[in-house]
Design a protein around this ligand. Structure first.
Ligand code: SF4
Length: 343
């Protein structure tokens, strides 16, 4: 029988564990300290707990770290790791080193329900929500864990469709009893689930990124079926009426497709719908995926689009393409792996 995992539990959950095992009240903080501040990987190493206590705990729980099974390394230093989760499913985690920062891009679900037409993960369908343990294990078990400066929830899945476990992972990352990271080092990306976005904004202080991809409802709906039930207008209204502190950032992700969403008409409409929102747009040049009708725009067209938005007063950046040679587009590697016959 699988034992319950301690890693990934919040302080309140550890208090419940301590009570169940008959430990004193302060034991939960000691356990949190071992789990999140000291780099141990076994219950037996929690040496300020009595040996008998560790034995009782180990009979019911396991520490809960799992190493990645495979890695692909790009010539630009980007790495993509495959972790096994749920019932023999694979998820991807990207490590992206840059000049003065090192970012981990984590998955929050295996597969995804959102069905964005340009995304390999969307084509996999939905296989399950990751637990807080499985989300944070991607971070803690990353070979480059000690180098990390930033974290983005932009891997496989829609984080706000797994809000409970994502919020637990954010609590552990940002609490003083956990990793103590500043929330400004973390960005959560969403397609814009109206029922959860306000909850996320109120319960966390992490940055928000919304996948926009088109300012026009019909065009966005063709790209992102979620637009049918969660319109971008509703999302923008929530953002417009939320009181963001000066540290907190809202950005809009905009995948640029050649000849589709890169016209002056799009620039004008983007400026109209984002008017009054302090934000930035991150342009991502589309990475072509097998069987897709969409094409990547040229570098010159991308720069022209960026400059047109900047000229409208919208701070716009182009995200550099990383790991193209290792198929770093979301979902590609795990799809290939999931489709392999079992060995
Ligand atoms: S782009 Fe994100 S939300 Fe859309 S299908 Fe892919 S993983 Fe899901």
């Amino acid at each position: 029988m699988n034992k319950e995992k301690l890693y990934g539990k919040t302080l309140n959950e550890l208090i419940a564990v301590s009570r169940r095992l008959g430990l004193p009240g302060f034991a939960a903080r000691q356990i949190a300290d071992w789990l999140y501040k000291k780099e141990i990987s076994a219950i037996g190493e929690m040496t300020n707990l009595p040996k008998k206590t560790r034995e009782i705990m180990a009979a019911e729980y396991e520490f809960g770290l799992t190493a990645p099974e495979n890695a692909a390394v790009s010539v630009d230093g980007t790495k993509k790791y495959l972790y096994k989760v749920l019932n023999n499913k694979y998820i991807e985690t990207a490590y992206i080193p840059e000049d003065d920062r090192a970012t981990i891009c984590v998955s929050s679900q295996s597969g995804c329900k959102m069905g964005c037409v340009f995304c390999m993960t969307g084509k996999q369908g939905f296989q399950g929500n990751l637990s807080s343990n499985e989300i944070l294990n991607q971070f803690r078990s990353l070979p480059e864990f000690r180098k990390l400066t930033n974290m983005v929830y932009m891997g496989m899945g829609e984080p706000l469709d797994n809000l409970t476990e994502v919020m637990k992972s954010l609590e552990i990352l940002t609490s003083e009893w956990g990793y103590g990271w500043s929330p400004t080092r973390i960005t959560v990306s969403t397609v814009g689930l109206v029922s959860s976005i306000k909850d996320f904004l109120e319960r966390s202080r992490c940055h928000l990124a919304v996948s926009l991809h088109s300012p026009f409802d019909d065009e966005r709906q063709n790209l992102m079926p979620v637009q049918r039930t969660n319109t971008v207008n509703e999302v923008l209204n929530i953002i417009r009426n939320f009181d963001f502190n000066s540290q907190r950032r809202v950005s809009f992700e905009y995948i640029l497709f050649e000849g589709m969403n890169d016209t002056p008409r799009h620039v004008k409409e983007l400026a109209r719908i984002l008017n009054g929102i302090k934000c930035r747009i991150n342009i991502i040049r589309f990475h072509e995926i097998p069987g897709s009708e969409f094409k990547s725009p040229g570098a010159d067209e991308t720069i022209r689009f960026k400059e047109a938005l900047n000229a409208k007063g919208i701070l716009t950046t182009v995200r550099s393409s990383r790991g193209v040679d290792i198929q770093a587009a979301c979902g590609l590697l795990s799809t290939i792996n999931q489709n392999k016959p079992a060995s």
